[in-house]
Design a protein around this ligand. Structure first.
Ligand code: GLC
Length: 739
């Protein structure tokens, strides 16, 4: 449909129908939903007219189901404007990839783009038009449950992934292909910084911190073409994001020139009342509309109150027309006016979903997401050993994290499945050993998703005995342990970020037996592993790896793949260190290398300052050596570049992939500057004995920051450039930026 026709369509719609286009409802309102009247309708207080003419629908999946709803909708709606189908496809559709904090550990945006392409293809043939992804919230607090959905603590790295996700979902061209879906970047903005790491809690930071660290990745997603943005639940400078004109109109629309759709998060417009910034729903409708929110997700606020707002303030109808036009324009871009069913196709679903090609990619992504945290040469395991595989994750299929509703658990490859492919049956002893979580309290606090069959029926005493017995019979023990997947994700904040106590007890009992111990850690966040570091000979961080979990992990455990993962988020030494991140300020009393002797320095009296494992950290089965680190020039002039060069040698017995990281420090600025900032990274594969030269370019634009006047500028002076395999172990050279 041409733009002129779209405008005419909007002009010919009644005010009510325009308002209904800005309403998004869940599938529980459609397709002869059970208890519709007494349930969802009553809860939301929404009328049939609104339901039958809503603009979009949330989290309905499947070709047949989406087509049936669309068909019925097109027969009953006033204007025959097709529904938009939107869903949370965060780390995969049916082929589930590692949770994003694991994707972040690959340092391989190109691979993440491929994973997003697969997710988009599977979703498109299942009738989905928009995914509420990428989530690009920067995180520095692993108590927060949604760290699981983030790619980590660094704006530069998160921006690279934001672009990769968007290009993977929407394609590289301007026009969408049939295999593409729309990306909705979220949560705008700074949802990842709640006080205390407590879900939905207050966010409070300077504009400088917001712009320097928290905003860049949203901007990167929009620069990559993301066509939709979702507001966040939190306040920004005391005003809820969903009612924040400065954030949504001044920055998003004016400064960044974004003209796509802004959708609220779930019920966030209604929750403006809970925030205490409006008296009632009508005021909430007005505040959100004036703040630039186009679509009201799952409340009746717009549907029931916007007409009243317009009657009182007719000039605000222009906002409604703008919003409706954006919604219709997106439907037009998807070709829905010509074909309301787009590419939803049951046969295609059969062919595409969980195909070998998709599974193979998922397995590769698992390989590259794994981070080897410790290895006293116990890994890789050799194949002539008897192995005791012990722990609640030994046979579990709950390996996909909390945003993978659709993953069919039978399609998930467990550790036991994969180990059985590598070992003879008499070589593998498997025992669950303990529950995942230790009490009814946790079961209840995890919400009603925690089903009985998980592990509450376990005979703990018998299981522990079996595990001890198997460990005694084995040559090496592999423990598959970790937090429950519902201890992370939305609503999954934890004050204690250690392994569940019941599993720590299991580890204590098994470690008494004295066999070599390998720990495989499943979690949606950095855990406090300072106890486990001393109990295990090797530690492999696996996150929640998804459909191909077992295969991807076994490939590394048995040496077919050399681990290359690098942390995109620091592992705190202790929860008391939080927030701990690599790009900190030096402070006026930095802790010198002389250690804790000086009392009056920036330190704790009871724990170290350094995290347990730093940003960018990860081990390999081989050894990479960095030599001949040089700069092409010690002076950087505006409009010129400095070339950074370093030689990387593989000095071990395994081929492997190294992630060379480049950090820069501005030694003196008009405002305090971080002790280092990631400004480049490259991955190289090296055979044993092979050496390669890797180069980076530095130019003036990379040195810019928000100065005292909040202008984004560089300032002349001394800089350090650091090269290394993580944010701690670096070599340093200096250069000067000239006036
Ligand atoms: C949730 C989440 C958001 C998600 C939305 C729709 O509350 O905050 O990330 O996309 O609702 O499910």
């Amino acid at each position: 449909m041409k733009k002129k026709q779209l405008k005419e369509l909007v002009n010919n719609m009644s005010l009510k129908d325009k308002i209904f286009q800005l309403l998004q409802l869940s599938g529980s309102f459609y397709q002869d939903a059970p208890d519709l009247v007494t349930g969802p309708k009553a809860k939301l207080g929404i009328e049939d007219d609104a339901i039958q003419n809503a603009g979009s629908i949330l989290n309905v999946r499947g070709a047949e189901k989406t087509k049936a709803i669309q068909k019925e909708y097109m027969e009953t709606s006033h204007n025959k404007i097709p529904l938009l189908f939107m869903a949370d496809i965060i780390n995969g559709f049916e082929t589930i990839f590692p949770v994003p904090i694991g994707l972040g550990a690959t340092w391989n945006p190109e691979l993440i783009k491929q994973a997003a392409e697969v997710s988009a293809h599977e979703a498109a043939v299942s009738g989905i038009h928009v995914t509420f992804s990428p989530m690009v919230d920067l995180v520095r607090d692993p108590r927060w449950g949604r760290v699981m959905e983030s790619t980590g603590e660094d704006a530069f790295l998160n921006s690279a992934y934001a672009k990769a996700f968007v290009k993977g979902y929407q394609g590289d061209a301007d026009d969408l292909s049939d295999n593409n879906i729309i990306a909705c970047v979220k949560h705008f903005a700074a949802y990842g910084a709640p006080e205390g790491g407590r879900e939905y809690n207050t966010v409070d930071m300077s504009e400088r911190t917001l712009r320097e660290y928290y905003l860049p990745a949203y901007k990167a997603a929009l620069d990559a073409g993301a066509k939709m943005v979702m507001t966040s639940f939190n306040v920004v400078d005391g005003i809820p994001a969903t009612g924040n004109k400065w954030l949504n109109r001044d920055i998003l629309r004016e400064e960044w020139d974004f003209d796509g759709i802004l959708i609220s998060d779930y019920a966030a417009i209604k929750e403006l009342e809970d925030h205490g910034v409006v008296e009632n729903a009508k005021e909430a409708a007005k505040l959100a509309l004036e703040a630039g929110v186009d679509i009201d997700m799952m409340t009746s606020v717009y549907a029931n109150h916007l007409e009243e707002v317009i009657n009182e303030l007719p000039e605000t109808e222009k906002y409604i027309d703008e919003a409706v036009y954006r919604v219709l324009e997106l439907k037009n871009e998807l070709g829905l006016f010509e074909n309301p069913y787009r590419v939803a196709n049951a046969e295609k679903e059969e062919e595409v979903i969980l195909s070998d090609k998709h599974r193979n990619l998922a397995r590769k992504v698992v390989n590259e997401s794994l981070v080897l945290l410790k290895n006293n040469s116990t890994l890789p395991l050799n194949l002539n050993q008897k192995i005791a595989l012990i722990g609640p994750y030994a046979e579990s299929t709950s390996l996909s994290g909390s945003w993978s509703f659709s993953s069919d658990k039978d399609s998930t490859v467990t550790l036991k499945d994969a180990f059985s492919e590598w070992l003879n049956s008499d070589q593998l002893l498997v025992a669950t050993g303990s529950r995942v979580v230790e009490s009814e309290f946790l079961k209840d606090s995890l919400g009603n998703y925690y089903s009985e069959e998980d592990d509450m029926k376990l005979d703990e005493e018998a299981e522990l005995k079996k595990a001890i017995d198997y460990a005694k019979q084995s040559d090496v023990v592999v423990m598959a342990i970790g937090e429950h997947y519902l201890q992370s994700g939305e609503g999954g904040s934890r004050a204690d970020i250690e392994l569940p106590q019941v599993q720590k007890k299991l580890v204590d009992e098994i470690s008494k037996i004295g066999k070599p111990m390998v720990g495989i850690i499943f979690s949606g966040r950095p855990l406090d592993l300072k106890a486990e570091v001393n109990q295990f000979d090797s530690l492999l961080q696996a996150w929640f790896p998804g459909t191909e979990a077992g295969h991807g992990i076994a490939d590394v455990v048995f040496g077919k793949v050399n681990p290359s993962g690098r942390l995109s988020m620091s592992f705190p030494y202790d929860v008391g260190q939080i927030p701990v991140h690599y790009n900190e300020f030096n402070t006026g009393r930095p802790l010198e290398d002389s250690g804790h002797s000086k009392r009056y320095t920036s330190k704790y009296v009871d724990i170290p300052n350094k995290p347990l494992f730093s940003f960018g950290y990860g081990l390999s089965y081989t050894t990479f050596n960095y030599t001949n680190f040089t700069l092409s020039n010690k002076i950087l002039r505006k409009n010129e570049k400095i070339t950074v060069s370093v030689e990387i040698s593989n000095e071990g017995d395994y081929s492997g992939k190294e992630t060379i990281q480049m950090y820069i420090r501005d030694m003196v600025g008009s405002v305090t500057r971080p002790i280092k900032e990631l400004k480049g990274f490259k991955q190289v594969k090296l055979q044993p004995g092979e050496t390669k030269t890797v180069t980076f370019e530095i130019d003036e634009s990379m040195l810019r920051f928000y100065n005292r006047e909040m202008s984004f500028v560089s300032e002349p002076g001394k800089f350090e450039v650091m090269i290394g395999s993580n944010s701690e172990d670096v070599q340093t050279l200096e250069f000067t930026l000239e006036k």
